[in-house]
Design a protein around this ligand. Structure first.
Ligand SMILES: NC(=O)C1=CN([C@@H]2O[C@H](COP(=O)(O)OP(=O)(O)OC[C@H]3O[C@@H](n4cnc5c(N)ncnc54)[C@H](OP(=O)(O)O)[C@@H]3O)[C@@H](O)[C@H]2O)C=CC1
Ligand SMILES: [Fe+3]
Length: 488
């Protein structure tokens, strides 16, 4: 079809009718206004899908060598006239310079890819500003959440989601189709009034990590302060003993496993609470409270932070003997042994404690690493539901059990030794064990045949109190969130 035929919209019922976007074999002719980083990545990605692309520049001769041969670099006017769907890859400050293209862009689809410079600005979104410059075009917001580099690299794990919003259904679906063609997953974010949220969404730093990161930081400060009080400050104040050298390594290494264990327990606790709620209500067809829903959605982040703390604990532990303080202590102990004429200081129980303690720790870290790897979309996508559920649930609980045994063997019989309670403060391993032990006991409770059978019936929807409620397509019922799938 000659380009001139495609340029005019077919249905002109209102001032800004639904656009006609050619769906012939090649799809709509795609134009890009601007020749910067984003425009270049977009052109490469589009031409790789076999599409002819027009690029509009103020100075086409200067930048034509920067684009793939399949992309034709030309003037803004030529690009606007010959394209059906155009990406506006300029900064919003320059939208006004395109005003002369208003006539040529009438009835066409304009994709605003811009990002805001800052969060929570007043006034209209960039996309709404573009719509103000081109009232007769169909503005769609999208692609701003992806960097030029990621656009060039493409969706490596096949799961990159791109929110897209706009007032014209047809324009939006043309952009979504293009998005799919490039290997990304478009997400309908609503009308153009949602553009502000889409623009702000791209500016937020790690939005789903804030809560879990704060939680791990809070736990770290809590345990670190407790260890500092018990092992450094109080001995200094009450007995004049100087243990401040322990702050950078020993204290941190005593705190990290506590945080790792608590975070891992926090991965599995919401699943238990959800199961408890379902058992109490006798149905899976009523919503969990919002806080539990949100907690369930953050299990992956909690699990990965737990893995990070566990890995750091392993590295710190390996480095412990390298410290000068450790060497002095070893030499002093050896000298004392010689002075006391002790030939063999072997204590069988201590040897076993250390062997078991290390082995449980290594196993826990190994299983946690496996969980972390399967949380990568590329790996997770290669597993079917049963395999994924097995890894995240069974292996997840195995990791929690190993980590708990690691802490228990670290404590050994010290919980019963009065010397472990200086200033009446229990050792921190006792505090850190409370939550994981409670979670493991709760899981054992759910495994009791009478409880497990009732829960299975509820989750299969065979419960007596079943209420059928409307669920929007794509929304999973609460019961489809397995109680113990951690999604680490
Ligand atoms: N870079 C990225 O990773 C991402 C960018 N974006 C968005 O994409 C848009 C473009 O970003 P990016 O490609 O990085 O920017 P660049 O600065 O690299 O390119 C912008 C282009 O705008 C044109 N331009 C520059 N000044 C003017 C002007 N005064 N009047 C008219 N046109 C002008 C130039 O093209 P020419 O000289 O050929 O006319 C230039 O190549 C922005 O809105 C940005 O927010 C969104 C997501 C990620
Ligand atoms: Fe340890």
């Amino acid at each position: 079809m000659p380009h001139g035929d495609m340029k005019k919209p077919l249905l002109q019922t209102s001032r800004c009718p639904e656009p006609h976007v050619s769906e012939t074999s090649g799809g709509p002719t795609v134009g890009i206004l601007g020749t910067g980083d984003f425009a270049r990545s977009l052109a490469v990605r589009l031409t790789r899908t076999g599409r002819a692309v027009l690029v509009g520049s103020r100075d086409p001769g200067r930048c034509s060598g920067l684009f793939p041969p399949a992309a034709e670099v030309t003037s803004h006017e030529d690009t606007a006239a010959r394209s059906d769907l155009l990406f506006v890859a300029l900064f919003p400050e320059h939208y006004g310079t395109l005003a002369g293209l208003r006539g040529a862009l009438e009835g066409k689809v304009l994709v605003d890819v811009s990002n805001a410079a800052e969060l929570s600005r007043g006034g209209p979104s960039n996309a709404e500003q573009l719509a103000g410059v081109f009232p007769d075009s169909h503005v769609v917001k999208g692609f701003n959440v992806i960097s030029a580099w990621a656009l060039l690299a493409g969706p490596r794990d096949g799961s990159r989601q791109i929110p897209i919003c706009g007032d014209s259904g047809r324009a939006k679906s043309a952009v979504m189709q293009l998005c799919r063609g490039m290997g990304f997953i478009p997400e309908d974010a609503g009308g153009l009034s949602a553009a502000r949220d889409v623009e702000d969404g791209a500016l937020r730093l790690f939005p789903s990590w804030g809560g879990p990161a704060l939680c791990s930081l809070g736990l770290f400060l809590l345990f670190y302060t407790y260890n500092f009080l018990r092992s450094v400050l109080l001995p200094y104040v009450c007995k004049g003993e100087n243990h401040f050298y322990r702050l950078p390594v020993e204290m941190v290494n005593a705190t990290l496993p506590a945080v790792a264990l608590e975070m891992l327990a926090l991965v599995y606790l919401p699943g238990l609470l959800a199961a408890g709620l379902q058992l109490r209500r006798g149905t899976k067809y009523s919503r969990f409270p919002c806080w539990l829903d949100r907690w369930l959605c953050l299990r992956k982040q909690l699990g990965l932070l737990s893995f990070l703390c566990a890995a750091l604990h392993a590295v710190y532990s390996l480095c412990l003997p390298m410290r000068r303080s450790a060497r002095y202590r070893l030499l002093n102990a050896a000298f004392k042994q010689v002075k006391d004429s002790v030939e063999n200081s072997w204590v069988e129980a201590e040897v076993w404690r250390m062997e078991l303690y290390l082995s449980f720790g290594i196993l826990a870290l190994g299983v946690l690493s496996l969980l972390a790897v399967t949380s990568l979309p590329s790996v997770g996508n290669s597993l079917n539901w049963r395999e994924f559920s097995f890894v995240q649930s069974r292996l997840g609980y195995a990791a929690l059990s190993m980590a708990t045994l690691h802490a228990l063997t670290f404590g050994w019989d010290r919980a019963f030794d009065p010397r472990s309670y200086p200033f009446y403060l229990p050792p921190s391993f006792m505090l850190e064990l409370a939550l994981p032990c409670a979670v493991l006991l709760g899981r054992l409770g759910l495994a009791l045949p009478c409880v497990a059978g009732r829960l299975a019936r509820i989750r299969r929807g065979l419960d007596a109190g079943r209420q059928v409620r409307f669920r929007p397509p794509g929304e999973a019922p609460n019961g489809d969130v397995p109680e113990d799938v951690s999604d680490v």
